[in-house]
Design a protein around this ligand. Structure first.
Ligand code: HEC
Ligand code: HEC
Length: 299
């Protein structure tokens, strides 16, 4: 927070609390006006609603004390905890440090569990039911938001249960995907190919996939594919795991296989982003996740 906003918050906080105290204390005693009507020793406000008159009583004492108590509490709170602009609070508490402490405690508790799996290869772990169970939990907590709870993927998020892989399905490749993340870079070709060229290449992809297509357009598209696309997707369009370029000759589509979706991919490009997990997850967890994902595709 900049110094300006820090002071803004401090003045707003202190000003509001002082204001509330003033209102509270100023109204503590009822000062009779000259013209005020009094009934049985209790002054009236003069407000009448449907024949019911309002008395001009001060706050009940217990209520007044509760207000004072909450004012004192709010001051003690902002002195101990962060809240007053940039002042960190005397206890030095932050939500991050609390989270880190909890993580460290959990890691300590589970380290013994993970230690059992240390000497095993990814293939062995994938066949180990205990490791699979933990892997499934870790997947649910860390990966399911994007890849689906069953790993089945969604629009833009690859299916991890099939045998079609952007970056390969060796234990090594899967571990690298998880540990360091992946960034797919498909440039847009709309400007280079023109709308007619996009359609021609799309017809060629239909031909490769065994779908209905226009033969003349597909032949024109084949040439354009060799010139513009084969460098990444391969001469036979079967993909390239080194670049994360998907197989375009099968019927599995990361971004949808309708003619319009395929044309959008070609025209505007695609940039899938798998976030690196090495900052969030320890090696023991990454290995269990690798074996889980490896096991998913082998199953
Ligand atoms: C620089 C390398 C590169 C070139 C050149 C390239 N692509 Fe791609 N393409 C990729 C990558 C990488 C992806 C995956 C993007 C992602 O993961 O988000 C991709 C994705 C696609 C997709 C989406 C596939 C799906 O499963 O939904 C289509 C369609 C596609 N490319 C067609 C083409 C066509 C047609 C050309 C030539 C005009 C071409 N690409 C040229 C790298 C390339
Ligand atoms: C924010 C969304 C997101 C999260 C969270 C996420 N992923 Fe991904 N993941 C992606 C995307 C997007 C790709 C595809 C990247 C590309 O297009 O190049 C991907 C790709 C992958 C791949 C490579 C797939 C292939 O075909 O080669 C693996 C393996 C993978 N993720 C595993 C995981 C695991 C395990 C986790 C949990 C620790 C996880 N992902 C969490 C979005 C996510």
């Amino acid at each position: 927070m900049s110094t300006f906003w820090s002071w803004w918050v401090i003045i707003l906080f202190v000003g509001t609390v002082i204001g509330v105290c003033w209102v509270l204390i100023a109204n503590r005693k009822v000062v009779l006006r000259d013209d005020q009507e009094v009934e049985d020793g209790t002054p009236k406000t003069g407000h009448v609603y449907d024949g019911i008159e309002e008395y001009d009583n001060p706050l009940p004492a217990w209520w007044f004390k509760m207000f004072i108590g909450s004012v004192v509490f709010s001051f003690v709170y902002v002195v101990l905890y962060p809240g007053l602009g940039n002042f960190p609070g005397l206890l030095g508490w932050t939500s991050i440090s609390q989270w880190q402490q909890q993580e460290a405690r959990a890691d300590e508790r589970f380290e013994a569990v993970y230690a059992k799996f240390e000497g095993q290869s990814i293939e062995e772990l994938a066949a180990n039911p205990a490791a699979f169970k933990i892997g499934r939990r870790l997947f649910g907590n860390n990966c399911a938001v994007c890849h689906g709870s069953d790993g089945g993927g969604a629009y833009g998020f690859p299916d991890l249960t099939d045998d079609d892989w952007l970056y390969g399905n060796t234990p090594q490749a899967i571990e690298t995907s998880i540990r360091h993340g992946r960034r797919g870079v498909m440039p847009g070709w709309g400007a280079a190919l023109g709308e007619a060229g996009v359609s021609e290449v799309t017809e060629y992809l239909f031909k490769l996939g065994g779908r209905d297509h226009d033969e003349a357009l597909a032949t024109a598209g084949e040439q354009k594919f060799a010139g513009f696309c084969a460098g990444c997707h391969g001469a036979d369009a079967s993909g390239n795991v080194a670049l994360g370029a998907p197989d375009l000759s099968d019927d599995i589509w990361l971004y949808g296989g309708s003619p319009e979706m395929i044309k959008t991919s070609i025209r505007s490009g695609r940039q899938g982003n798998m976030p690196a997990q090495d900052k969030m997850l320890r090696t023991s967890k990454i290995r269990l996740l690798t074996s889980y994902v490896y096991g998913l595709s082998e199953r």
